[in-house]
Design a protein around this ligand. Structure first.
Ligand SMILES: Cc1ncc(COP(=O)(O)O)c(C=O)c1O
Length: 400
């Protein structure tokens, strides 16, 4: 008998987060809590359906919008709406047509389209990601064919950013190096650059002719939609070409629809048209066209003033709830006897806390208490609520 085609195929390692989810689902412990996956849950531990989303969906269904159009065939309403949100509709870069924007399958899709395009543009370029970073950054850029290295970011001792080392690493990078930066709510650490530090980073990126790739997966979860977006404005002011990937998975609670985007800021309208034509080839040869419904929902919300206002309100509600959970976690940890300075928990931005617990402690949390976080120490604060936070704090206090 001839050997099977797949005889030599090895079992791939489990995705660290998705693997944790599988383990969580299989755990019979009724008190289990999932703080692993990066998802926003409401005060009852449920995935929210935003009112702005429900309204837009209803409108689209009632209007019986045809599903037959192909978004790749021209700048769709969605692409314009995204540009308005990310860069400001009135900004000269938008009105002059200097930005090429395409819909991505979530933020991941935006990153992948950008990575594939960059690989064609400059195959020898190296990619730098933060140490640590969202675990898929390294895998995604490696799979796109790049050598991926890390620049220093997290300083465990200082519970913050090792900015001097970060800047030095960028200064030492060869021209053309692609630098992936978290625009806000750094995943996993929760520590963001200050406005002054951003200006210093932009200066180095510009003078060293590096290629900035901003990953904006949590706009609105830090300080606010406009506040979190201000960093994009600083890049525009610097007059450099850069990439931005956008995700609406969290900010619209629309994970399953896979809505995101890639924007490439160019020097001229003509350049943007040529870049756009190349991005379309990347898309066309992968999956032809993105799905349209989720993107229409987001575009409807962003372009309908009442729904846009409702979205801002609902997003602010999510942000405030996360902040309240951070404060409550500190209170409960202290009540459970933890003596160390916990102020870092309320200094962190976004959905995650880099708790400082080590892998052994995280494994004890899982094995003894049914509390699932990532081995790196990352927990999703947005999965905490009044019902589970007491048990989580007690368990954390028990393992430290
Ligand atoms: C930093 C970062 N970038 C990108 C993504 C991907 O977003 P999406 O789920 O929209 O693909 C995530 C999601 O976890 C993320 O944390």
């Amino acid at each position: 008998m001839s050997q099977s085609l797949f005889a030599a195929v090895e079992m791939a390692p489990r995705d660290p987060i998705l693997g944790l989810n599988e383990q969580f689902n299989a755990d019979p412990n009724p008190a289990k809590v999932n703080l692993g996956v990066g998802v926003y849950y409401d005060e009852n531990g449920k995935l929210p359906l935003l009112k702005c989303v429900a309204t837009a969906e209803k409108q689209l269904v009632e209007a019986a919008k045809p599903r037959g159009y192909l978004p790749i065939d021209g700048i769709a309403v969605y692409d314009k709406a995204v540009q308005g949100l990310v860069f400001g509709a009135a900004h000269e870069a938008v009105t002059s047509g200097r930005i090429a924007t395409v819909q991505g399958l979530g933020g991941t899709g935006g990153l992948k389209i950008g990575a594939d395009f960059l690989k064609r543009l400059n195959p020898a370029a190296k990619v730098l990601i933060s140490d640590p970073s969202w675990e898929n950054h390294r895998a995604l850029f490696t799979n796109a064919g790049f050598a991926v290295e890390a620049y220093p970011y997290y300083d465990a001792a200082a519970r913050g950013i090792d900015f001097v080392a970060m800047l030095a690493a960028l200064q030492a990078a060869p021209a053309g190096t692609i630098v992936v930066l978290h625009a806000c709510c750094h995943n996993p650490t929760g520590y963001d650059l200050s406005p002054v530090q951003w200006l210093q980073v932009i200066e180095v990126l510009k003078s060293r002719q590096l290629v900035p790739f901003l990953d904006m997966a949590y706009q609105g979860f830090g300080q606010g939609i406009a506040e979190d977006g201000a960093v994009i404005e600083r890049f525009l002011e610097a007059g450099i070409d850069f990439f931005v990937s956008t995700s609406f998975s969290k900010s619209f609670s629309l994970y399953g629809e896979r809505v995101g985007a890639l924007s490439v800021v160019c020097e001229s309208k003509d350049e943007a048209a040529r870049v756009l034509s190349q991005l379309k080839i990347v898309i066309r040869t992968n999956y032809s066209n993105p799905p349209t419904f989720g993107a229409q929902v987001v575009a409807t919300v962003l372009t309908t003033p009442a729904l846009r206002a409702l979205w801002e309100e609902e997003l602010a509600g999510m942000r405030v709830r996360i902040k309240a959970m951070r404060e409550l976690l500190v209170t409960k940890l202290k009540a459970a006897g933890v003596k160390e300075d916990l102020s870092f928990i309320t200094r962190q931005q976004g959905m995650f806390s880099y708790s400082g617990l080590n892998a052994a402690q995280m494994q004890r949390l899982r094995g003894e208490f049914g509390i699932y976080g990532v081995d790196s120490g990352r927990i999703c604060v947005a999965a905490l609520n009044e019902h589970n936070i007491g048990a989580v704090a007690k368990a954390m206090a028990a393992v430290v």
